[in-house]
Design a protein around this ligand. Structure first.
Ligand SMILES: NC(=O)c1ccc[n+]([C@@H]2O[C@H](COP(=O)([O-])OP(=O)(O)OC[C@H]3O[C@@H](n4cnc5c(N)ncnc54)[C@H](O)[C@@H]3O)[C@@H](O)[C@H]2O)c1
Length: 329
């Protein structure tokens, strides 16, 4: 049994705690700076509780840390975990600036432990299957990609005014909190983004001033791409479309399906996944991380892939401020 410490047991941390428990492959402990929340969660799931990372790491050895605190704290906690000799699953986005990336990478390399970033689209079967198909190459090279995504954020996260979401410095706003998932997924499908032109604005969400609406025109190498996202819209829908030399691939994440249309076809050929609850996807992610820890193949986002997506987050914010397109290194 692996011993796993969940740091930050708020919205996503509690889900990770529950889903790691459900793998049956680990013993889970909880850590949160909020004493009341920690007591509630640790009692509900009958797990040991620690009031701080220092208290936890001083009390026993952990094989892995799952870092579920707000993004500006991720890297410092990751370095402490690496020094402890723990494997790391770090929530997205990796951080809010590029400060501390090199030190963190060195600490991970020195620890020799498995590290991944929890960009959960890597665990959606309909995304992974579409990726395998694209990499198979039968449609030729991708030439154009587009993403349309959004939901009514207040419905899914009623506390959005009281959490990290309210400020860019803590990982807030649509770019760092939501669009980052789609850009990371698209980078996984067609390769890294190389150019960003971003227009973003606060259009609708009450009680915050960060952007809730984003348009991005981008390039992933030779592939032209566009992204459109709002966090106030009625439909909870995410569609990714990739047009290649000989046909197209469409992923409808909300419908848990992906499809192909070859040149000459009259309609899409769909591949539908049996319905999966959100927790089931996080159990897939927890199992993938445990596999990675055990040296087995694992499709989770690597640290370096998450650094690349962090570069997108930073550059998109900069482009939206300057109004200029920016090349990514
Ligand atoms: N993958 C996903 O689908 C997904 C969904 C939601 C959030 N997230 C990401 O997960 C992270 C956390 O988001 P959330 O919505 O759970 O936030 P949250 O505010 O609900 O929970 C964060 C928790 O961390 C605790 N905390 C903060 N600093 C701490 C520290 N130093 N030591 C111990 N505990 C500490 C807080 O007390 C709080 O309970 C963010 O990076 C966010 O972007 C990912």
């Amino acid at each position: 049994m692996h011993s796993i410490l969940i740091i930050g047991c708020g919205s996503i941390g509690e889900r990770h705690l529950r889903c790691f428990q459900k793998t049956g492959r680990c013993k889970v402990s909880a850590c949160d700076a909020n004493a009341k929340l920690l007591t509630d969660v640790s009692q509900r799931y009958a797990v040991p509780a620690f009031a701080s990372l220092q208290e936890a790491l001083g009390a026993q050895r952990f094989d892995a840390l799952v870092i579920c605190t707000p993004a500006h704290t991720h890297l410092a906690i990751a370095r402490e975990g690496a020094a402890h000799g723990a494997a790391l699953l770090i929530e997205k986005p990796l951080s809010v600036t590029l400060d501390g990336i090199e030190e963190t990478r060195s600490a991970i390399v020195h620890s020799g432990r498995f590290t991944a970033v929890a960009y959960v689209y890597h665990c959606f079967p309909w995304v992974a299957a579409a990726r395998d198909f694209l990499l198979g190459g039968s449609l030729g090279a991708p030439l154009h990609a587009s993403v349309a995504s959004g939901q009514h954020f207040p419905t899914f996260r009623p506390a959005y005014r009281e959490i990290y979401y309210t400020r860019h410095e803590t990982g807030g706003g649509a770019i760092q909190d939501a669009l980052t998932h789609l850009v990371n997924a698209m980078e996984w499908l067609i390769g890294p983004m190389t150019r960003v032109f971003c227009d973003a604005s606060h259009q609708r969400l009450e009680g915050v001033t960060v952007e809730d609406t984003v348009n991005v025109t981008a390039r992933h190498g030779n592939v032209l791409a566009s992204y459109a996202m709002t966090q106030f819209q009625a439909p909870n829908e995410t569609t990714l479309l990739i047009h290649c030399e000989h046909g197209s691939v469409k992923i409808e994440s909300h419908a848990q399906r992906w499809g192909t249309m070859k040149l000459g076809d009259k309609d899409w050929t769909w591949h539908v996944t049996p319905p999966l609850e959100r927790d089931e996807l996080f159990i897939v992610q927890a199992n993938a991380f445990l596999d990675g820890m055990e040296g087995k193949p694992c499709a989770l986002s690597t640290f370096d892939e998450a650094v690349q997506t962090l570069r997108f987050n930073r550059t998109a914010l900069e482009s939206s401020t300057t109004g200029l397109p920016i090349d990514l290194p």
